[in-house]
Design a protein around this ligand. Sequence first.
Ligand code: SF4
Length: 375
Amino acid sequence: MPDAQSAEAAIRGWCPTAWRPMAAGDGLLVRVRPPLGRLSVAQATELGEASRRHGNGLIDLTNRAALQIRGVTGQSHRPLLEQLGALGLTDPDPAREARRNFVLAPDWCAGDDTESIAQELLARIDDLPELPAKVGIAIDTGPAPVLTQVPADFRFERGESGDLLLRAESHARGTPTSIETAARDLIALTRWFLETGGATSGRMARHNLPLPQTPTIAPASPRSFQQLLAQASGPFHGLPFGQLDADSLAAMAGRHGVTALRLTPWRGLILEGGTTSPGHAATDPLLRVDACPGAPACPQASVTTRDLATRLAPLVDGSLHVSGCAKGCARPTPADIVLTGRQGRFDLARKAGAGSPPDQTGLTSHQILALFGSP
Ligand code: SF4
């Protein structure tokens, strides 16, 4: 159960890492960011085993393509860290681990620009400043950006004419960069962010100051997730709510032909080298739904969330977010329909984020299902 360390971690807005876990209703939550967003077959199998041995065997895939091992205790945290370190999945230095907040376009290939920039940043991780916990870097240099809707503060992308650019969130254009200077340019931009009060702003999107260099290049029109999957190195394995467990991880890694698992920010993994997947298809409406674990897993929640989200998924046109409370962990951006738990019931808002002023209040699950046409 949560200990003194986790009590500190329960502060709202906390962003867990492997070294600084967060308290949830089912124990500590340990976030793992596999380097380059890829797990070898052996790493996937061992990570699943570690989640069972040191946690409760449940694992989340986050919207930044990280994994969260659930149900860890104060006693099992240290041995779990040692095992993750031995697998090459965490950095032995907590400060370096916290700086590895990268998400890569999951169709990167060995030697391409996305992989090269990520490797260079990992090699120069000590030169990156310590940024606010939620600040992330998207490395997205395929033919056109695909991570545009994925939360990030600084993005490597490509313009229409193929030029590499570095773009700060909320700015329509970026500044030119190159493979040789990408790491240096990012380090300089993140240092500027901190020197101009970024620690107070918290996120680049709230940091309303002129950039140190005038941005000149617009990114190419984004690719869709389906376009990426059409070119991917294996089939997509969709996971409703990004939820998996030790057994399903081992089963995916053990499928015929699979050489590795690529983590994606779209509630699923790519089975690299595989030919078929028994997971949910990318078009399944259930994968469009965001719902945090809710009660009883999270102490902030007064409602269960995922049963209702599963039943509503085929009934709601557009995006749906079911949130256990106003914090809205599962989705930082507005949804067409958002249901926010409050005192055992739900508030409903349209085109809004969790906790926004509601259109209707105090609804039961039954009333909500009826509202959307469930018999
Ligand atoms: S949004 Fe969900 S997971 Fe986040 S604090 Fe609230 S109930 Fe917990």
